[in-house]
Write a protein that binds this ligand. Structure first.
Ligand SMILES: *Cc1c(COP(=O)(O)O)cnc(C)c1O
Length: 391
């Protein structure tokens, strides 16, 4: 009997090692892993460069308090500033801590300019921002909030695509709009570029902040460093996590100088946030992602993969409803529940993971080989060929 808390429907499958796009089970079976820890292992399993970075740092220094200067963190923050819209970075350890801190920064900003009641955050109904009390209330998901009441004040929700409702929700107490530019858990729903542009315009018009949750879609996942870059907009606050650690727990909040000013010593903190070990891995991930042609390759290969998936879709139009996503944040939406399809893929040694809306999520490592993509396409097509929805 397992003494792990029963908060997941765990598969019996376990692994003893990983290498690049592949995982090896305890029985020695080889799986093509297109889950990659849910977009976390951005450079694949046991990436040599990351292994040596973490080993080097582990021999020197693991952890010191944030009461001291941590040069590896200074360096990572400087690099993120150079690469992105941000002027300042706050390091955390996970996605939900990053979204939680993003909410705190947005509220504190208006507090600091004397607008104490301007604290409401507008979010998309059934989005995903993590599992802390604030994050589940931000998601507006009844399922995630069930039993964890009382419902928090300060969050307003509109349905994905309901522009009229969104504009109606904005009032004098609104501090920010927070959204995932691509809803990950919500079913790989891409917010169209013109919508993000419109959202930014609304934020400017009403003088409210825009928070883009790039925890899943960021750090090259879509072929740009951030997915909002496709819309050519500039947010005020951006929580990140998943891909930046390449498999090591690491989260952060990026923000502009304007809002950063409100966070003075003592306003927020984290014992583990920004520790030397995490910072070294984060720097090593950036070394790889910022290499010339790295993101070009993500765009080129993912374009090929999307178009091949669309070919499979057109051959099996009664099974596959839509191919969604951007770059290597991909969703295959089926007409019916996706569990059976995912199990058939698993039987053929391809690992994928579900999202809402009958979607199968496909998350290859960003440095995936074309031959691995071709193997996945072959397996997906084989499953379509034998798939009988009436079974
Ligand atoms: C995964 C995710 C989170 C939460 O990250 P954790 O590290 O699990 O806390 C928040 N926002 C988005 C968009 C995510 O995909």
């Amino acid at each position: 009997m397992s003494h792990l808390l029963n908060n997941y429907n765990r598969s019996k499958l376990s692994f003893k090692k990983g290498s690049g796009s592949y995982l090896y089970s305890a029985e020695g079976e080889k799986y093509l892993d297109f889950v990659q820890g849910i977009a976390v292992n951005s450079l694949g399993h046991s990436n040599k460069y990351l292994v040596s970075a973490i080993n080097d740092q582990a021999k020197k220094l693991w952890h010191v308090s944030n009461a001291f200067t941590i040069p590896e963190g200074e360096k990572l923050a400087k690099r993120l500033k150079k690469l992105t819209f941000a002027d300042f970075v706050l390091f955390q350890n996970s996605g939900t801590e990053a979204t939680e801190a993003a909410i705190k920064v947005a509220r504190r900003y208006f507090y600091s300019i004397g607008k104490k009641n301007k604290n409401r955050i507008i979010c998309i109904q059934n989005s995903f921002h993590g599992r802390t009390i604030a994050a589940i209330n931000a998601s507006g998901s009844r399922k995630m909030m069930e039993g964890f009441g009382p419902k928090l004040k300060g969050f307003d929700h509109f349905k994905f695509g309901d522009h009229k409702k969104l504009e109606k929700l904005i009032n004098k107490n609104t501090a920010a709009i927070m959204l995932e530019p691509i809803l990950g858990e919500g079913g790989i729903k891409v917010v169209p570029d013109w919508c993000l542009k419109g959202l930014k315009k609304l934020c400017t018009k009403y003088k409210i902040l825009l928070i883009c949750d790039e925890v899943q879609s960021g750090i090259g996942r879509t072929g740009k460093f951030f997915s909002f870059e496709y819309s050519k907009i500039k947010p005020d606050i951006v929580p990140i996590a998943k891909g930046i650690g390449g498999g090591f727990p690491l989260g952060a909040v990026l923000m502009t100088k304007k809002v950063a000013k409100c966070m003075s010593p003592g306003t927020h903190g984290s014992t583990f946030g920004g520790n030397p070990l995490a910072m070294s891995v984060g720097n090593a991930v950036l070394d790889q992602i910022t290499k010339k042609n790295f993101l070009n390759n993500v765009r080129r290969l993912s374009k090929y993969f999307h178009s091949e998936l669309n070919n499979i879709k057109s051959k099996y139009p009664t099974i596959i409803k839509e191919i969604r996503g951007r770059g290597f944040l991909i969703g295959i939406q089926l007409f019916e529940n996706q569990n059976k399809f995912i199990n058939l893929l698993k039987r053929k040694k391809l690992l994928t993971i579900k999202a809402s809306d009958n979607v199968i999520r496909i998350l290859p490592p960003l440095n995936v080989k074309k031959s691995d993509l071709n193997l996945a396409l072959k397996i997906i097509e084989e499953v379509c060929l034998t798939y009988d929805s009436n079974e």
